[in-house]
Design a protein around this ligand. Structure first.
Ligand code: ADP
Ligand code: MG
Length: 253
């Protein structure tokens, strides 16, 4: 079962072609890597999948359903959740509150319920808080639930962002350079965490620069260069692929 399918996707910013004719299938249950030099179009791809930008050509489906014209919120409800290359936490809110924001997409209670403080709203809030605490434990952030996000260490903030993304119970989790800025032991823990996320039933699409981490973690990898997919395969194939070596070394292999 394909959780994500791109066919011939193109995206331009004015005269710049950020993505060109990208075709990609991601199978449910995979840990799938997207690599490529800076400016290759990796983050743009995530921005198309979350309706931050619209693509110009081609089609994109999630779980067999076209996401053309859908809002970020609707796509989130289809089960797509993400983290950003640059952290986007609410610094002056607690760690717990940051995770609960991520659950919002699921909550049924509407604004009227909140105003009237109905039983449903209270029940959902208690449940949401309980789940947020569990998620913080799951990502390895315990004991700092009430602290402001901005006061947490960088590595902890990165985990917090993953917890927030997981709070929406995604079917497909998009991680944009989650290992950036982490030390070796934090990277090691991140690998275990991503495996645990996948083992819990969430498909993971991972943009990452740390080649060792990508090769170790991903079952399949696609390589972008100047907006084009130049290779796709298992880590071993990618490592030996002449076009990949050329893209990274900037010269023919
Ligand atoms: P990557 O994540 O692979 O480093 P990006 O997807 O961020 O690359 O960017 C791909 C190309 O698109 C780059 O040349 C970048 O400058 C350009 N780009 C990305 N977003 C915008 C935007 N909003 N406006 C103009 N150009 C953009
Ligand atoms: Mg990027």
């Amino acid at each position: 079962m394909k959780v994500l399918e791109l066919v011939g996707v193109g995206k331009r910013f004015g005269a710049l072609t950020a993505l060109s004719n990208v075709t990609l299938d991601v199978e449910e249950g995979a840990i799938f890597g997207i690599i490529g030099p800076n400016g290759a179009g990796k983050s743009t791809l995530f921005n198309l999948l979350t309706a931050i930008y619209r693509w110009d050509e081609g089609s994109i489906s999630i779980g067999g359903l076209s996401i053309a014209g859908l809002s970020t919120q609707r796509i989130a409800r289809l089960g797509v959740s993400r983290t950003f290359q640059n952290l986007r936490l609410f610094g002056n809110a607690s760690a717990l509150a940051n995770v609960m924001v991520g659950e919002h997409v699921l909550l049924e209670a509407n604004v009227l319920d909140s105003l009237l403080n109905t039983g449903r709203e209270r029940r959902e809030r208690t449940e949401a808080e309980k789940r947020a605490r569990e998620l913080l434990r799951f990502v390895g952030v315990s004991g700092v639930e009430e602290q402001f996000a901005r006061n947490l260490s960088y590595g902890t903030q990165r985990r917090l962002e993953i917890a927030r993304a997981l709070a929406a119970r995604p079917r497909l989790l998009l991680l944009d350079e989650p290992a950036a800025g982490l030390n070796p032991s934090e990277k090691h823990e991140l690998v275990s965490l991503i495996r645990a996320i996948r083992d819990g039933g969430t498909t993971v699409l991972l943009i990452e620069h740390d080649m060792g981490l990508v090769m170790n973690l991903c079952e399949r990898i696609a390589v972008l260069d100047y907006g084009e997919k130049i290779a796709e395969g298992e880590p071993r194939e990618i490592r030996e692929h002449p076009r990949v070596i050329e893209a990274y070394l900037g010269a023919p292999a």
